[in-house]
Design a protein around this ligand. Structure first.
Ligand code: MN3
Length: 200
């Protein structure tokens, strides 16, 4: 049973002008699809065949590199797509809003810290808002790594993420990653993130 490429809840042009149609189309139908195909290839005939990427993360340090990198990239992209919507309310609702104020001071302080983590992640990677017990934490990771993996420096349940690999923004924003991150705030799917917060 092959793992399937996640479908988007919106069209490729729905996040315009913040993320352009061409970037979305290539990112989802080429990059993400390639990770899914390679994941299926890598797990074939192993104990991980038919399993979810999440099942592998607690033991990711002991699996083959091709399984580890593609499992991570499949999951990270699934969450990235769910982290965005063309109908963003702009700010989180309760109870997440209160938790953000508690751990970061204010929504603005939170945004600044998250944007900083995303902008300063060296090379390809991701920035995350994580729930660790009752606590909210911001982190960033390299390449395919995510906070559910045994190799993550900062672990926890990911509430949302931003992809800061160049393929996520280069067509429109060129080398200006911070401008892409600033635009991302216009399309954050706070309702879904609040749902994940309550569920975690
Ligand atoms: Mn990507």
């Amino acid at each position: 049973m092959n793992y399937k490429l996640a479908e988007l809840n919106y069209s490729y042009d729905a996040l315009e002008p913040h993320i352009d149609k061409e970037t979305m189309e290539i990112h989802h139908s080429k990059h993400h699809r390639k990770y899914v195909d390679k994941f299926n290839e890598a797990v074939k005939g192993t104990i991980w065949e038919g399993k979810e990427p999440e099942d592998i993360f607690p033991e990711i340090s002991s699996v083959e590199k091709s399984i580890a990198t593609n499992a991570g990239q499949v999951y990270n992209h699934n969450l990235f797509w769910e982290s965005m919507t063309p109908d963003s309310p702009g700010k989180p609702d309760e109870p997440l809003a209160e938790a953000i104020n508690k751990y970061f001071g204010s929504f603005n302080d939170f945004q600044e810290e998250f944007s900083g983590a995303a902008a300063t992640q060296f090379g390809s990677g991701w920035a995350w808002l994580i729930k660790d017990g009752d606590k909210l934490v911001i982190s960033s990771t390299s390449n395919h790594i995510n906070p559910l993996m045994d190799i993550a420096e900062i672990k926890g349940f990911p509430l949302f993420c931003i992809d800061v690999w160049e393929h996520a923004y280069y067509l429109k924003y060129k080398n200006m990653r911070p401008v892409f991150i600033e635009a991302f705030w216009n399309i954050v799917n706070w309702d879904e993130i609040n749902r994940r917060y309550k569920q975690a």
